[in-house]
Every structure is written in structure tokens, then in C-alpha cells.
Design a protein around this ligand. Structure first.
Ligand SMILES: [Ca+2]
Length: 190
């Protein structure tokens, strides 16, 4: 199972972002492998590592962690999750609205490090206007995740999905991947 997870992870990396970008930093694959080893027992027992919360609703079971204290580009945010055996969060149509409320409430209690923005595990970096989740699943253009009028079709400089709490009430927009936002990490248990 561990090897299946690693192969899945590497295939998904390549599905959404060319693997050679990661191979320029050879340690990252090893660090991802170590991350998967760390969470392996949790996946087997359906428990969450420290600082992660268990979610049993739609799309679960999975663990998630809203990392309010780090401010990163999309790729760096994703790497932060990957080395913990996680990945950037993906949502279902049903659980998104629940998480959006949770993220809004959390921001109101405890402001995020770089403003009201959070990265989603979604990108069209590989093929412009073809939005993919990091799981390899396709994200439809009329998904409830998107803010009205988003994504901006043909915006090749905006290839990463972000929840924008500044203007759009934490619905998703396409943003420049070098923008800084907090990661939300997710570990699927099933
Ligand atoms: Ca784009």
C-alpha cells in the first residue's frame, strides 16, 4: 500500500505539474517518501497525525490541517503538505460550503499569516483552462467552488486555485501561483 501511495503521489505530481520541476530538487522525492512512511500507520488505523483533524463527512474519511502561520507560493505550500504525507486540500461540491464556513470562522478568530487567502489543490498549469485537482480528478468550470465569473479563461498567468476572502468571501479564483497564501493540507484515509 505504501508503494501504491508513493506511485499515486508521483503520478499526481506529474498530472498537475511537470515532474522535472521537482527533479531539479532531488531531495523532495525522498522527503515525500518519508512523509508517506510517517502517515502510513494513521492511514491503516484511520486516525490523524498530530495537528490534523479527522473529517468523516462527504469525501471522507480524511485528515486536514489549516496551516495559518505559513505564507507560501502554491508549489511551496504543496511541498509543505507533501513532506507530511499530505497534499493540498481538494473539496467535493458538498463539503466545500462546510469548509468555507469553517475557514471564514477561523480567519475571523485568528487572522492568517498573509491575509485572507488559502491555496486549494487545483491548477491548470499543465493545460490552460483544463483545471485539475492534485488527486488527478478534473475540476469542472461550473463547480460551486468557483466565485462568480471565475476562472478567468485564458489567464495563463493565473494557474493555481486560491480561496479569496478579501473580495470573494472565500470562494475560489485562479491566481498567480507565486502569490502568497496559507496551505490547507489533507490526508485521505480511505
Ligand atoms: Ca490559467
Amino acid at each position: 500500500m505504501r508503494h501504491i501511495l508513493l506511485v499515486w503521489c508521483i503520478v499526481c505530481l506529474d498530472a498537475v505539474e511537470p515532474l522535472h520541476r521537482y527533479n531539479r530538487r532531488p531531495n523532495i522525492i525522498r522527503r515525500i517518501e518519508l512523509g508517506l512512511e510517517k502517515i502510513w500507520s494513521h492511514v491503516g488505523k484511520k486516525t490523524c497525525p498530530e495537528q490534523y483533524h479527522l473529517y468523516l463527512g462527504d469525501g471522507g474519511p480524511f485528515c486536514y490541517k489549516i496551516v495559518t502561520e505559513f505564507c507560501k507560493s502554491w508549489t511551496s505550500a504543496r511541498e509543505l503538505c507533501l513532506v507530511e504525507g499530505a497534499d493540498l486540500m481538494v473539496f467535493t461540491e458538498k463539503n466545500f460550503l462546510e469548509f468555507r464556513e469553517m475557514i471564514k470562522d477561523l480567519y475571523n478568530i485568528h487572522a492568517f499569516q498573509c491575509g485572507p487567502y488559502a491555496w486549494v489543490g487545483a491548477t491548470d498549469a499543465k493545460t490552460e483552462n483544463v483545471w485539475m485537482f492534485v488527486t488527478g480528478a478534473k475540476l469542472v468550470v461550473n463547480s460551486v467552488l468557483w466565485a462568480n465569473g471565475e476562472p478567468g479563461l485564458g489567464s495563463s498567468g493565473r494557474n493555481c486555485g486560491i480561496l479569496d476572502g478579501d473580495r470573494l468571501d472565500f470562494f475560489m479564483v485562479d491566481e498567480n501561483c507565486m502569490w502568497k497564501a496559507i496551505p490547507i493540507c489533507q490526508i485521505f484515509l480511505g
